[in-house]
Design a binder for this molecule. Structure first.
Ligand code: SF4
Ligand code: SF4
Length: 340
């Protein structure tokens, strides 16, 4: 049987978990909704929070991250790797789309090369999902096989059933956490029925759809249709917002910052929307904007299915909501031309 907790006790629940974990909750930082470390007091984000602007990928793959520091002397370079304190994290309130996005990122960061920076955080984190009850009209997660109210990509899944959250155990780690948590009540049959109704209602609120049937083949056949891609790319400003804030985008650049004889090598988010992203000494294969826009769409809907058998989009709708010129990926996918 599922558990439940009264909403007025959510601060007490987070306080218990804070004794074992660094707890992250939806918060506002400089006016931007993000998953930030809980201050031990404020639980008000639960009242306004639909989804964060910055996805939870930033907790595993930060916008800028030191990789190592170095010093140079007569003998050469000496490197110092960052030391993890091994402290476990808990992310509370992650939405199903963003939890699935982490599973998609895993396919890249756990591929032939295992990324120690991402994986050290990922393997040390519990995810507590919270179902959406008020999806944005830009959301289209249901077209990608995601339900806004349910997730198997988290350890515990919470559903808002009025005065309480119903808590469903998803993984063994979630079960262990529940066993060590006090103040939980047993959910009743009526609570579970209410939770099912809430999930059905939120599913029906996602009305934006895309047709993913054979989408990789459609993109492949239209790959060389320059007229089409020039038209769809016309209004894009190449600002990169749609990629930086996409929960499944993972491109990064590596730089050294050095002062005198010591410095830091760090990586930071990069974007295939930027004109210099593919700049090489002799040429830039994606100098024209239409090629970069094509790359973004094809990477998610053609190349990732080809390489990992998974579509690289979770339908979170951020790239639609946050684009300064309302560039809409769902319209582009709907208007793909017939075979060229
Ligand atoms: S957010 Fe909009 S304008 Fe900016 S790169 Fe993406 S599609 Fe282009
Ligand atoms: S492409 Fe857009 S809708 Fe899809 S996961 Fe990225 S930001 Fe979300």
């Amino acid at each position: 049987m599922d558990k439940k907790i009264s909403k007025k006790d959510i601060g007490k629940l987070l306080s218990q978990w804070r004794q074992q974990f660094t707890v992250f909750v939806p918060s506002r930082e400089s006016g931007i909704a993000t998953m930030a470390e809980w201050d031990g007091k404020d639980t008000s984000p639960m009242d306004w929070y639909r989804n964060t602007i910055v996805p939870a990928k930033a907790n595993f793959f930060p916008p800028a991250e030191p990789m190592f520091s170095f010093q140079k002397d007569k003998e050469g370079y000496h490197l110092e790797l960052p030391v993890s304190d091994g402290h476990k994290q808990l992310i509370f309130g992650i939405r199903p789309c963003d939890a699935r996005a982490l599973a998609i990122l895993d396919t890249t960061f756990k591929d032939a090369y295992e990324d120690p920076y991402y994986l050290s955080k990922r393997n040390n984190t519990l995810l507590i999902g919270l179902g959406c009850t008020n999806p944005y009209d830009s959301c289209f997660c249901t077209s990608l096989g995601i339900s806004p109210g349910e997730s198997k990509d988290v350890d515990l899944m919470l559903t808002d059933i009025g005065d309480h959250f119903l808590i469903a155990v998803i993984t063994e780690a979630g079960e262990e956490l529940i066993a060590k948590t006090s103040r939980l009540e047993e959910a009743t049959k009526a609570d579970e029925t209410r939770a099912s109704e809430v999930k059905e209602t939120s599913y029906s609120k996602v009305t934006r759809r895309i047709d993913t049937e054979n989408i990789d083949e459609k993109l492949l056949s239209g790959f060389d249709n320059q007229d089409f891609w020039e038209k769809v790319a016309a209004k894009c400003l190449s600002c990169g917002i749609c990629t930086l804030l996409c929960p499944t985008c993972f491109c990064f650049d590596i730089n050294d910052e050095m002062v005198k004889k010591q410095g830091t090598r760090f990586r930071c988010w990069d974007s295939c929307a930027f004109p210099i992203y593919t700049q090489m000494p002799m040429e830039n294969p994606r100098e024209e904007k239409w090629r970069r826009v094509r790359q973004r769409v094809c990477h998610k809907f053609e190349f990732q299915p080809m390489n990992f058998d998974i579509i690289g989009c979770v339908g979170c709708g951020r790239c639609i909501r946050l684009c300064p010129v309302n560039w809409d990926i769902t319209r582009i996918l709907d208007s793909l031309p017939a075979k060229v």
